[in-house]
Write a protein that binds this ligand. Structure first.
Ligand code: MF3
Ligand code: CO
Ligand code: CO
Length: 261
């Protein structure tokens, strides 16, 4: 069952999504070489609860932290740790999910730490392009397969690979709900998009092969070939005329209060 959100539900969910987007922006601005991923976790936790939100990942199926921090060859679901220190040349994905008034907002981005190798900068830039191309396919009457096809085309044209095991997802009162949004696929196939649907698009793109391996912590997903991996994520609403990115805010909406923990 795919839930269609009402106008009232959408208004609240836009607030949740804006809160997640601002939190991610704050964390990105405050990244520093020498910081641990646990330091980032603590900032995320405080920033969220200080504004009356709830970090959705904390305790979700037993996940122990308030966001996912995925460094270099970690594809997704990295667990913040005081042992993982940011160093010059790293890339790190921060995946923030906020619950506000019962609704989830889910967004992530990959950040550069210091000076990153040009070929890795390209991986990150292409991954963002893949996410945006997937989003650009969204419209009522379009198919979920259109999204994956657009993402795959760009990744493959750049000789990168698309992770198959983890997908975008419907989102609302429930963190992960139907439909599944695969980041590969065939145009014109899969579920038809309808106004009021809300889901994430969150491609994971690998520099090398697409295959994954897991750490025995039960969460961390890495590339099998140890190549580096990037990801970007937005929560999107299907509207009557197309789509809206929900996990965003306009620059004049960033105030002095947003600068502080
Ligand atoms: N935020 C992730 C997503 O985009 C999910 C993280 S679930 C966790 O769907 F348990 F790993 F935190
Ligand atoms: Co998500
Ligand atoms: Co996420």
């Amino acid at each position: 069952m795919i839930s269609i959100k009402s106008g009232r539900e959408i208004e609240v969910m836009k607030e949740s999504c804006k809160m997640a987007a601002k939190t991610l922006h704050f964390l990105g601005k405050n990244l520093k070489i020498g910081m641990s991923t646990e330091d980032i976790n603590q900032m995320c936790h405080q920033y969220t609860i200080n504004r009356g939100g709830i970090p959705a990942t904390l305790g979700y199926h037993g996940f122990p932290k308030s966001l996912c921090t995925s460094l270099n060859d970690v594809i997704c679901h990295g667990i913040p740790s005081s042992k993982d220190i940011l160093k010059d040349g790293d890339i790190i994905n921060l995946d923030v999910t906020t619950i506000w008034k019962g609704f989830h907002g889910d967004t992530n981005a990959t950040f550069f730490v210091g000076q990153v190798k040009p070929e890795i900068q390209k991986l990150v830039n292409v991954t963002k392009e893949c996410m945006l191309a997937g989003i650009a396919q969204c419209r009522p009457g379009g198919h979920i397969g259109d999204i994956g096809a657009a993402i795959e085309e760009i990744a493959h044209a750049n000789e990168f690979s698309v992770v198959h095991e983890y997908c975008g997802h419907g989102i609302g009162r429930v963190f992960h709900e139907e439909p599944q949004i695969t980041h590969f696929g065939k145009r014109g196939t899969g579920i038809e998009m309808r106004p009021g649907m809300t889901f994430t698009i969150e491609p994971m793109i690998n520099f090398g092969k697409r295959h994954v391996r897991h750490l025995d912590d039960g969460w961390t997903v890495l590339t099998k070939d140890k190549s580096w991996s990037a990801q970007f994520e937005h929560t999107v609403l299907i509207t009557e005329s197309g789509y809206e990115i929900m996990t965003t805010f306009s620059p004049d909406d960033w105030t002095a209060e947003d600068e502080n923990l």
